[in-house]
Design a protein around this ligand. Sequence first.
Ligand code: MLC
Ligand code: AMP
Length: 515
Amino acid sequence: MKPTQENLFAALRSAFPTQLDATAIEAADGEGAPRYYTWRDLDRASAKIANLLASLDLPQGARVAAQTEKSVEALMLYLGVLRAGYVYLPLNTAYQSSEIEYFIGNAEPSVVVCTGRNHPWVSKIAFKAGTQNVFTLNEDRTGSLLDRAAQHSDEHTPAVKQADDLASIIYTSGTTGRSKGAMLSHGNLLSNAQVLKTYWGWRKGDVLIHALPIFHVHGLFVALHGALLNASKMLWFNKFDPKAVIARLPEATVFMGVPTLYVRMLAEPALNRDVVKSVRLFISGSAPLLKETFDEWRQRTGHTILERYGMSETIMLTSNPYRAEDGPRIGGTVGYALPGVGVRVHSDEGRPVPAGEIGGIQVRGPNVFKGYWRMPEKTAEEFTADGWFKTGDVGKMEADGRVTIVGRSKDLIISGGYNVYPAEIEGFINEMPGVAESAVVGVPHPDFGEGVIAVVVPKPTHTLQADAIITALKGKIANFKVPKKVFVLPDLPRNAMGKVQKNVLREQHKGLFQH
Ligand code: MLC
Ligand code: AMP
């Protein structure tokens, strides 16, 4: 029997409009006149990249890692990888060499695509790890990837993939140790995109403002797949600039952002009811949306933000209702389990907690990932005996199924929608000369939601400079992980068992960034 075609690209491609010459994407930021990409451009460019990859004779399941600045061409690379049937591994552009060395060493990609600027050090890491092919892709559409792809045909039949075949690996940090690669299949991604298409009422004529990075679930899957599966035009911003985005809101119908994007737009006097007249849906997620932001947005624009909840391992799992008849959108809650997704709240002992009481949020469904890349023990630890994935988020579910997240059992800080794992930062600080120990916590931050801070204890007879610690970290790890403030103190607060009391530190410093 001929295998069925369940390649995500094939599904996205079949949703393209019949008018392939219509504009699919308008690249709206940057210098000079806007650039327009038609659906045919997306089709042809992704075919060329898929043909280039196919010509490299890569093994089945080969990983293609990309650390490139956001651009429409980087999106074409993603589509080309799916189309060719390989596994896409996006990497945050802020990552520095020690971080990239880990990801490439762990994922062993056959192809790495990086910027020309980073090529000297990224290629060294990649070749050392056994990668055979390193291409460059720059923001200005130059680089060896497109040069090489240009030599290939612009026609390509998508590789046949089954629902369980891997489509992407998204690295998400572990609470202890290093990052884990969440393996997402074609079926995970497509089923979630289809559910969201219906649930959020995607319709003909929708225009999405795409202003999020494309190396995480929110910008890469939720926003992109939503627009592509609905044949919707995108107004594309490589970088988020609140003024520029507000200027284009009158042409948009859907906007997706992390809470920081809403906070920054609210700071702009140009945001008013007039500019949002054509928008039908503002969506927020990836981090808690403060009730003040939710209320202020409603007051300034007349729109009620729809907050949803997701994670790399599960893509989207709950959402506030889109349609009024399904209930109100309530600020501070993340709504209901999406159709086909199971969500439950259990105690640490593994028992269901009564409605309205707090416990660990667990999930199962076609959206739940296939496990952590080459980490079967870690994968097993994160699932219950009856097959539910433990999110590490703490929350409650009302009798009608509405979910509220109240905290996290995982030691994780979410800053401006990026995850920061204290253990990783503490590890880097503790290696510095003269440091006895350290504790990293997140405290309320008006722009980023949570701001990373560190308390560092010097070894006896050593003196440490807070600024020097920040400078040293900036040379080693992604900037967003670097503490915004470091305190050098003689000791850390501990409980009777000797455990560091991070809650005490959070309480002591909770006003640090507040005006
Ligand atoms: C930048 N900086 C940050 C930061 N972003 N610091 C902490 N947290 C962040 N998120 C640093 C910069 O390096 C700089 O450091 C300083 O802060 C000021 O930078 P900026 O110019 O203000 O930052 P900007 O480039 O404008 O970026 C801010 C941002 C960006 C909010 C636009 O962080 C962003 O795009 N966030 C979205 C992340 C996202 O897409 N998450 C989805 C995850 S998916 P210095 O030292 O140079 O001054 C997921 C699942 C789900 O979670 O449910 O969706
Ligand atoms: P990531 O590992 O980057 O995919 O981050 C996923 C985590 O982001 C989740 O486990 C939650 O802790 C958090 N998150 C996502 N959406 C929301 C939301 N709407 N409210 C609160 N936390 C959220």
